[in-house]
Write a protein that binds this ligand. Structure first.
Ligand code: 5GP
Length: 199
């Protein structure tokens, strides 16, 4: 019996630990895949083309957006980010669930365009924790950290539009919560009735 495949959107402030939590969740669920975004941001040390992001020029990004290749796209702290549509369709066809790590404007677009998608806001217990994590990461200047914190305050206003909130005090527990959300969503009556009818 095949269950309903899901698109799971995870948003949350920079430094909340989305990447760690998503990676832990993918280890627990073999059928969960990550949607690799396109961005015009420069690669950080250790980031791999095609695994962390597709690093593209502004010109290429705008062409992709124009030609409808992106499921959603947005600007974030001076760079463009977007979700390529085709790989998601392919992963869903192959029977995978797909998780997207995207910011709040993109999440709103997915909510509107993909009925049945799940949205999760992942954050930390306080702004102080966030500031410390961004500093400890050592990838951004103080100015960029301030910009990202200011952005986080704006993002918090979008929390009521999300289906779930996960507070990342401990990444293992946060990943467990994310997996439980996916499991629970698959048990929704409407989805289960469809499954039972197919049998
Ligand atoms: P970072 O530069 O730290 O990798 O990502 C900055 C922000 O961009 C994060 O909040 C991340 O969730 C978001 N982001 C990454 N990929 C996408 C995407 O494809 N679309 C949108 N809208 N946001 C994205």
């Amino acid at each position: 019996m095949t269950d309903q495949k899901k698109i799971i959107v995870v948003s949350g402030p920079s430094g909340a630990g989305k990447t760690t939590v998503i990676n832990l969740a993918m280890k627990r669920r073999a059928d969960l895949r990550f949607s690799v975004s396109a961005t015009t941001r420069a690669p950080r040390e250790g980031e791999t083309e095609g695994k962390d992001y597709f690093f593209v020029s502004v010109e290429d990004f705008l062409r992709m957006a124009e030609e409808g290749e992106l499921l959603e796209h947005a600007q974030y702290v001076g760079n463009y980010y977007g979700t390529p549509r085709k790989p998601i369709e392919e992963m869903l066809e192959q029977g995978m669930d797909v998780v997207l790590d995207i910011e709040v404007q993109g999440a709103a677009q997915v909510r509107e365009r993909v009925p049945g998608s799940i949205s999760v806001f992942l954050t930390v217990p306080s702004f102080d924790v966030l500031r410390e994590r961004l500093r400890a990461r050592g990838t951004e200047t103080e100015e960029r950290i301030s910009e990202r914190l200011a952005r986080a305050r704006e993002e918090y206003k979008q929390i009521p539009y999300y289906d779930y909130i996960v507070i990342n005090d401990d990444p293992v527990i946060a990943a467990e919560e994310l997996c439980s959300i996916i499991t629970a969503e698959k048990c929704r009556t409407a989805d289960r009735i469809k499954q039972l009818e197919e049998c």
